[in-house]
Structures are given as structure tokens and as C-alpha cells.
Design a binder for this molecule. Structure first.
Ligand code: PGA
Length: 250
């Protein structure tokens, strides 16, 4: 059975003091047995503090990115082993901001996915089309290409460590959300595509999150769709009440 997951992507927000404050609120206000796996992704500098603060709670601390190499002359980068060494077990890869601002191609992302899996990290793999792709009705092709070129090289066994996050770029941080029907249509397409490329068992068991302007007032109707298994939340994850309302939307 696939799991419901709500993950907060804090992006480049919150210094140490702000991180401690938000973690404190989350820890106090989270219901005892949430209906979803709950994750937060603070900046690298605050991961250790966050992990230590939340380790006795159901909230998992995850990373926003990592480098594909084991170690070496890559100034400014962080490896999978470094993340593991401070207790981090999950990493977000392929976020559209990484693709757009840091030139992460499908090829680089395939290397990152492989490196994460080799290090027994679970991967939240993000992908999704730009507005022009949707307008020209190329969005299904584009999404299939992103999946094929970065993810379909993995073994069947590794799918247990994959979570997908469909994030249409036009809906990220814009206040514009895909309609629940648009999300469902794409999620069903993705699941069918995985069933064709691998098998139905894998397709049925992988969690597919939706990301892009999910808020407390639209989360329930998006999460209610059959093939939507939760969300990757940006802006609304920076306020504990909003994030937890989204967590409680199942
Ligand atoms: P948003 O960001 O919720 O602010 O649109 C989503 C994301 O970037 O994952």
C-alpha cells in the first residue's frame, strides 16, 4: 500500500533562530498520529539542528539537494554520505528551481538519483512541465522524458526508495494551482507510464505527491484524488499552522 506523504520544502528560508522557532511550533502542534508521513527540508546549515530536535517525533528531516559525486573537489557541495552521517535518510532531487537556476539536466539528475540510492537514501524526485509545454500540449511527453531520462535506469528493487513529486512549474510559488482534475490526470498518466515501463505492482505502490501552491484551503480536494498521495509544500510550509492544516487534510 502506498503511503500518504506531506513534505515541506523550506528552500532558502529560515536562519538558525527561525528554524528553531518553526521546529518548536511543529513539534508542539503536530497531532499524535498523523494520517501522513510528515517531512521538512530545512537548509543544509540547519539540518543537524533540525534532526536533533525532531528525532523523537514522527516528523522526518530531509535534505533539499545533494551532489552526485562521492567526495572531492566540488567546492560548496554536499555528498550523500555527509547527509547520512547526520541522520538524514531522504533527499529531494530535481526540483524545478535546481533545474532552472543551477542547470541540473535529466542526465545529471540520473547520476544524483543513482548516487542517492547507492547510499540508501530515499529520493523525492521532482519533475513537471513549464507553462509553454502545457499550452502546446506537450506536457505528457515532457514528463515522460523527465522520468525516462533520470529515473527509469533504476532497478525494480530500488522503487521502494522512490517518491515522486509532480510539480508543474507554472504552479510553483505563483499562487496558481493545478486543478484537482489536472493533477489527477497527470498522476494517473505517470502511474500508467510506470506500469508500462516496470510493472503494475511498482506503479500502484509508489507515492506520487503534487506540488505547486498547495495551501490549507485547497489541499483536501487535491489530496482526495485517487492518484494523489500527498504534497510537496513550499510557501505554506513556512507557517506551522498552515503546514499542519495541510498535513491534516487527508
Ligand atoms: P509552493 O512550492 O508550494 O510555494 O508553490 C512548491 C515547491 O516548490 O515544492
Amino acid at each position: 500500500m502506498r503511503k500518504n506523504i506531506v513534505a515541506g520544502n523550506w528552500k532558502m528560508n529560515n536562519d538558525l533562530a527561525e528554524t528553531k522557532e518553526l521546529l518548536g511550533h511543529l513539534k508542539m502542534q503536530l497531532v499524535k498520529e498523523p494520517e501522513a508521513e510528515v517531512m521538512v527540508a530545512p537548509a543544509f546549515t540547519n539540518l543537524y539542528e533540525a534532526f536533533q530536535t525532531l528525532k523523537s517525533t514522527p516528523i522526518q528531516v530531509i535534505a533539499q539537494n545533494m551532489h552526485q559525486a562521492k567526495s572531492g573537489a566540488f567546492t560548496g557541495e554536499v555528498s550523500a554520505k555527509m547527509l547520512k552521517s547526520i541522520g538524514i535518510n531522504t533527499v529531494i532531487l530535481g526540483h524545478s528551481e535546481r533545474r532552472a537556476h543551477f542547470h541540473e539536466t535529466n542526465e545529471i539528475l540520473a547520476e544524483k538519483v543513482n548516487a542517492a540510492l547507492e547510499n540508501e537514501l530515499r529520493v523525492i524526485f521532482c519533475f513537471g512541465e513549464e507553462l509553454e509545454d502545457r499550452k502546446s500540449e506537450n506536457h505528457f511527453n515532457l514528463v515522460e522524458k523527465q522520468l525516462k531520462e533520470s529515473l527509469y535506469q533504476i532497478s525494480e528493487d530500488n522503487w521502494k526508495n522512490i517518491v515522486l513529486a509532480y510539480e508543474p512549474v507554472w504552479a510553483i510559488g505563483t499562487g496558481e494551482t493545478a486543478s484537482p482534475e489536472q493533477a489527477q490526470e497527470m498522476h494517473a498518466f505517470i502511474r500508467n507510464n510506470i506500469a508500462d515501463a516496470f510493472n503494475d505492482d511498482i506503479a500502484q505502490n509508489v507515492s506520487i505527491l503534487y506540488g505547486g501552491s498547495v495551501k490549507p484551503d485547497n489541499a483536501a480536494e487535491i489530496f482526495a484524488k485517487e492518484d494523489v498521495d500527498g504534497g510537496l509544500i513550499g510557501g505554506a510550509s513556512l507557517k506551522a499552522v498552515d503546514f499542519l492544516e495541510i498535513v491534516n487534510s487527508f
